[in-house]
Design a protein around this ligand. Sequence first.
Ligand SMILES: C[S@@+](CC[C@H](N)C(=O)[O-])C[C@H]1O[C@@H](n2cnc3c(N)ncnc32)[C@H](O)[C@@H]1O
Ligand SMILES: [Zn+2]
Length: 459
Amino acid sequence: MNVSNRTIFCNDNLHILRGLDSNAIDLIYLDPPFNSNRNYSAPIGSEAAGAAFKDTWTLSDVDNAWHGEIADREPALYQAIHAAELTHSKSMKSYLIMMAVRLLEMKRVLKETGSIYLHCDPTASHYLKMLMDSVFGKDNFRDEIVWQRASGRAKGSQHKSRSLGRDTDCVFHYSKSKDFIHNTVTQTLTEAEILVKFPHTDSSGRRYNTNTPLFCQPSMGDRPNLCYEYKGVRNPHPSGWRVSKEKLIEMDKTCDIIWREGKRPLRKSYADQYKGKPIGNLWTDIPIAAGNERTGYPTQKPIALLDRIIKASTNKDETVLDPFCGCATTCVAAERLQRQWIGIDISPKATELVKHRLEKEVGFFGKVTSRDDIPKRSEKLPNWTTHKHTLYGKQEGTCNGCQTHFPFRNMTVDHIVPQKAGGTDHEDNLQLLCGACNSTKGTGTQAELIAKLKEQGVL
Ligand SMILES: C[S@@+](CC[C@H](N)C(=O)[O-])C[C@H]1O[C@@H](n2cnc3c(N)ncnc32)[C@H](O)[C@@H]1O
Ligand SMILES: [Zn+2]
């Protein structure tokens, strides 16, 4: 990995992502801004709010270059974006292009065993899921987590908006491949839940229940090896006991069986041995950041949310990246769990807050690196001659512009996304063009080249 642990970048994440090594990150959590979230600092309804919003998602020059590239190289992704433009708006299209180019880079930097969690809300979640399907593949969709971040509304607000309250956010989990890291995460019970789940108390004060069956269901089929007699009790049907005779004797010794005259015995399950309930995709037990945890940073997410995500998808010492890290909640949660981390945010406020939060919440006074320069990828850059041969083979000697076959010596190596627009020297950004097509393309995009060739009647 070409960036050290505990680094926070203050820059546009697209530039930084492009500079990160491929296949180096174990987990990405992103909580990008959108619409209502965007103008958090300006009072709702103020003129500034409207103005700021209007300028947010328009195509910058870099996005323009990528717009063409997505159309050319990722047709499914482009169609998804196009559909959003038709059904929603041009501003949604711009937003999705902004997201799509970053998601493509995020996929590249993620390890094969890695996971990505995209936090969003109903404004764009349906479009973003299509983007995620296109970039990561529908078969790598793992979960849609519904996080309840609020409950109850101010009186009368429902009447005004004529819609139900928005109490939840949505977090999409995708993996890069089928071999992703997955740790089972459980949730401890509250005192009240324990009383309900374990209603009995034994003589030593231990709480227990008798819900776990001691006999198999007939639907589980015949199990001759589990059909035996113990203390005069036989299993009632050919499916047998749940446990072997040795195990049953052991359980009996520790008084974990309740014997009842003329009735089936019961098995005791104790609250103090309960491993916690496995969590589902509906998360209602994590409140928004409050009290000491609150930094005043708008849209701050709770550490407990990140704690759960990081535990589920990484192991100790693995690397977590948050490309929209805000007040660095992900970095704090990762530090607490002894994971390595990298944060990126365009706002200098995030950089300021990181050190402060780590000192305050983790007691960590070590070295946090803040930087705003673009890291250099340590991956080997192509040897141009070998590379030209590979590309020549791949393109079967045909120019990627005019589609004409040329001898090897007449071909030139071209950056598909121009270097000016942030395109790199890496293999995935190179192609062969004939000399004429290369000069027609100049510093433009591939889509512009194709348009020019059509205009000239070459295509
Ligand atoms: C919704 S907030 C993230 C909040 C964060 N999860 C937390 O708990 O504090 C989105 C963040 O993305 C940042 N941001 C927006 N565009 C960005 C870009 N192109 N590159 C890096 N950061 C960006 C904003 O400055 C903002 O802090
Ligand atoms: Zn050509």
